[in-house]
Write a protein that binds this ligand. Sequence first.
Ligand SMILES: C[S@@+](CC[C@H](N)C(=O)[O-])C[C@H]1O[C@@H](n2cnc3c(N)ncnc32)[C@H](O)[C@@H]1O
Length: 198
Amino acid sequence: MEARAWWDARAADYDATDDAARMWRHTATNVVCQRSEVRATDRVVDLGCGTGNVARTLAPHVERVIAVDCSPNMLRRAQEGPDLDITWVEGDLRTVAIPRGTHVVTACFALNELSDRDRLALFERVHDKLVDGGLLVIADWYWNVPFEDTEGIEGWFAPDRVVSVSGMQVMRELEERGYRAVHEPLHPAVSVLTAMRM
Ligand SMILES: C[S@@+](CC[C@H](N)C(=O)[O-])C[C@H]1O[C@@H](n2cnc3c(N)ncnc32)[C@H](O)[C@@H]1O
């Protein structure tokens, strides 16, 4: 899988904080953890967990965290920190099993590489597995202004690998699939979406 090789090669310096893109990513993942509003009895799934920033932040506050990623190198980095009760799963977001009765699903900067079709199918699959009132909380690169107004950030990722949609469009997609969604544009190219299963 293309994503696996790409992210395997980036695992070593993924958590550096030496450029704007990384700083925005850290900010957005912190917002996702807050919006998740987790409780001690919650079961959480973190999709595209990378080096485990979200999974590690939430794990001490919930019953169980399953963290999924396709990159063995990212997962290896994720497991280097202090031992926490997290189930690390090497898998593809397009097919990985999400347990029925999950309370919160998080996905930070992990869905932008899925095709439109795969993203929409995932929204439906998550909806089917979440408890009523459960949350899907997403942060990603979503264009909130015309691309030409976002000078300087187009080099943050390889555009040919990334599906670009607007945060508002993703909010509509979620609402059409049975969520009540809130869109927070944090930056011209970064959104957080908090979607409650209705
Ligand atoms: C930008 S990183 C985000 C990591 C983490 N969520 C964070 O915010 O720090 C994207 C992650 O998604 C994973 N990923 C991308 N496509 C994937 C797929 N189809 N299945 C599983 N993981 C995928 C990559 O391996 C990578 O670790």
